[in-house]
Design a protein around this ligand. Structure first.
Ligand code: GP9
Ligand code: MN
Length: 649
């Protein structure tokens, strides 16, 4: 093979250069990493090479030629696999893998058809350098290895460590407190590279694990005080007990985002039933309701709803802390005579539901085996929503009342596959198949929910129930922004728009109520537990949670997103910028336009900055407290008065 000439540099250096270059190309063109200035550009360029040298320089410590070559070969393969795995993961989640997520391996397997659509044929090219290194290392085994004296070995490694220190120094300059805050994985990867990010992640993971072991509940009073001062738990008296003793039917609408409500595609309504429901006199429809999930998707939304605590910034809390002590909604209503269940035609182990549902004291889980599933009535992730609801009615009818039942739909899940016969509206036409497919899939779910309402009426359950419908999280990630901008008829999706796209629909439907309306208050998934408890007329002596009754006038004035961004009545803060919530303009720009004197403008900017900072401080604190409750399993140390209640029974 003439093509593979003997290179002039030692193989470890060649491997490092090739691998560094490849990683840089991936960063720059495959991950959607925002670059704001030339310093960031420089750091992004340097860091792949720094990591690559660190990895491959270790080869010089192998004295035996064949071992040295073997190390380089396998390292090239292993390191490439790590980058590639992140790439595939990124295509779905616009995020990087975390260690807890690796332990969710069973879930990754279940992703099945989704994973296949994420792997592209041209990914083969990604391993080109591995092949080159592999061939060279075999062909020129003797001459491409290096034998340095001890001082040379130490020198080579020391050199790569100096490079690393330089990289960290630049990163810290560019983004102070990078390592301590670390809310955002993209910053980390951008500044220190994927490999160092993974090492960092391992360290953080071990640290949080030890948090549980050493926790003793000392933090509780401080957390309670924070909640008392910052989160008003005043309830809406009007809504108190409005659904007393009624069944609660909760529909977790997979990947349903707010932007489809009252909207059209190709001139057709996307969600005719839900649009009508939003206007219905028995419905409160919350149009500024935000999803607050992290990496745990549906399971994170469930966690928020049941506990009014935040999921974690890394991994899925259902997995990592499924055995904790909680003070969850199902458990609290059990004391009032409710039974609770979840119906979801997927296997029990997904998201470790089985484990977490025990901790949340959910009585019954109707999983895949409770349904008749065949090739004909399945698509994508499993049983289609229409047969799912149809087959669920018999279970509902057999339940002891009052009950709390949560239905988790499945059909409207990425990649939004649909059969011809279930498709009522045309796809969108853009460069994103994901977005194109989304609309017919959403319509299918709309029809499924409509049919379910009819079945509830036919079974006589409707009148005695309240029905809550909630979108669990976004379905269309930032990877599809170009298509999304086209659909929304915008030039581009700004960071502000990105936050607004985190709105999901929330319907509270109370048959016979007659006073429903569209609510424009800023609310979120964290609020559902207190809201539902209040509607059921359940008072609590004591709770530790971070939400408010959504119907109450006295609420905290912000909603924290899991990445530390927030939405308040006035502002949206994301990527370090404060935007006007109504107009979407950066607040500083608005001030520049509206004020005549520069001095006045400066003054106003300072005021806004301090208002935004003060909310940000609370948001950071709130997320940190919630995390410490989960990491430390702190509810082990709290007496919520439940044991006493049980004794009295
Ligand atoms: C799977 C369902 C959907 O059981 O929760 O998965 P997700 O939306 O979390 O990827
Ligand atoms: Mn979901």
């Amino acid at each position: 093979m003439k093509f593979f000439k003997k290179p002039k540099v030692p193989l470890y250096i060649l491997a490092a250069i090739l691998f560094g270059l490849k990683t840089y190309i991936v960063y720059r063109f495959m991950f959607n990493i925002g670059i704001d200035n030339s310093m960031q550009e420089l750091i992004l360029f340097i860091n792949p090479f720094v990591s690559a040298f660190l990895i491959f320089t270790i080869a010089v410590w192998f004295n035996k030629t064949s071992r040295q070559m073997k190390y380089i070969r396998y390292m090239a393969l292993f390191a490439s696999l790590i980058v590639w795995a992140n790439l595939v993961f990124y295509r779905q989640f616009t995020d990087f893998i975390t260690i807890p997520q690796l332990f969710m391996g069973s879930n990754m397997g279940d992703l099945g058809s989704s994973i296949l659509t994420l792997i592209k044929p041209y990914d083969v090219l990604f391993f080109a350098d591995v092949i080159i290194i592999w061939i060279l290392s075999k062909k020129y085994e003797g001459t491409l290895s290096v034998q340095y004296p001890k001082s040379g070995k130490v020198g080579a490694v020391a050199f790569s460590l100096v490079l690393l220190a330089g990289n960290f120094f630049l990163a810290e300059m560019e983004r102070p407190q990078l390592f301590t805050r670390a809310f955002d994985r993209e910053y980390l990867v951008k500044n220190i590279g994927l490999f160092n990010y993974h090492v960092y992640d391992i360290v953080v993971h071990s640290k949080t694990e030890s948090q549980r072991v050493f926790a003793d509940g000392n933090e509780i009073p401080e957390i309670e005080e924070f909640i008392e001062t910052n989160i008003d738990h005043k309830r809406s008296e009007e809504m108190f007990g409005i659904a007393e003793d009624k069944n609660v039917i909760f529909i977790n609408a997979e990947s349903l985002q707010e932007f489809v409500i009252n909207n059209e595609v190709n001139g057709e309504e996307i969600t005719p039933f839900l649009n009508g429901l939003a206007e219905d006199e028995d419905t409160y429809y919350f149009e500024n309701f935000y999803e607050q999930t992290g990496q745990g998707n549906t399971s994170d939304s469930e966690f928020l709803v049941e506990n009014s605590l935040y999921p974690l910034s890394r991994g899925a809390v259902f997995f990592t802390h499924g055995g904790n002590e909680y003070n969850a909604f199902p458990e609290l209503i059990k004391e009032e005579g409710y039974t609770s269940s979840v119906l979801h035609a997927n296997n029990k182990s997904f998201w470790n539901r089985e484990g977490m549902y025990d901790s949340l004291e959910i009585d019954n889980f109707y999983g895949e085996e409770a349904y008749e599933v065949s090739n004909e009535n399945s698509i994508g992730w499993g049983l289609k929503d229409k047969p799912f609801f149809e087959q669920s009615i018999k279970y509902l009818e057999s339940m002891e009342q009052p009950f709390y039942s949560k239905f988790i739909t499945l059909t409207n899940h990425f990649p939004f596959e649909m059969n011809e016969e279930d498709t009522s509206i045309d796809k969108f036409d853009s460069n994103s198949n994901t977005l194109n497919n989304y609309f017919p899939a959403v319509r299918y779910m709309d029809e499924a929910i409509e049919q379910f309402f009819q079945d509830l009426k036919d079974s006589g359950l409707y009148e005695d129930s309240v029905i809550v419908i909630m979108g669990d999280h976004i379905g269309i990630s930032a990877n599809h922004n170009r298509a999304m901008a086209q659909y929304l008829d915008k030039e581009e999706i700004t960071p502000y728009d990105q936050v607004q796209l985190q709105r999901v629909p929330l319907f509270v439907h109370i048959p016979g109520h007659g006073e429903g309306k569209v609510m424009d208050e800023v609310t979120g998934q964290i609020d559902l537990k207190p809201t539902m408890l209040n509607m059921l007329g359940i008072e609590q002596e004591k709770d530790i949670s971070f939400g408010n009754d959504m119907f109450s006038e006295d609420r905290k004035d912000y909603i924290a997103l899991r990445n530390g961004d927030f939405v308040s009545e006035d502002y949206i803060k994301t990527m370090g910028v404060c935007y006007d919530r109504e107009t979407g303009e950066p607040v500083d720009d608005v001030i520049d336009e509206e004020t005549s004197s520069e001095q006045e403008a400066e003054q106003q900017k300072e005021q806004v900055a301090s208002a935004c900072d003060s909310i940000q401080e609370k948001v950071d604190q709130e997320l940190a407290y919630s995390d410490s409750i989960v990491y430390g399993d702190l509810f082990r140390f709290v007496d919520f008065g439940k044991d006493q209640a049980k004794e009295e029974e």
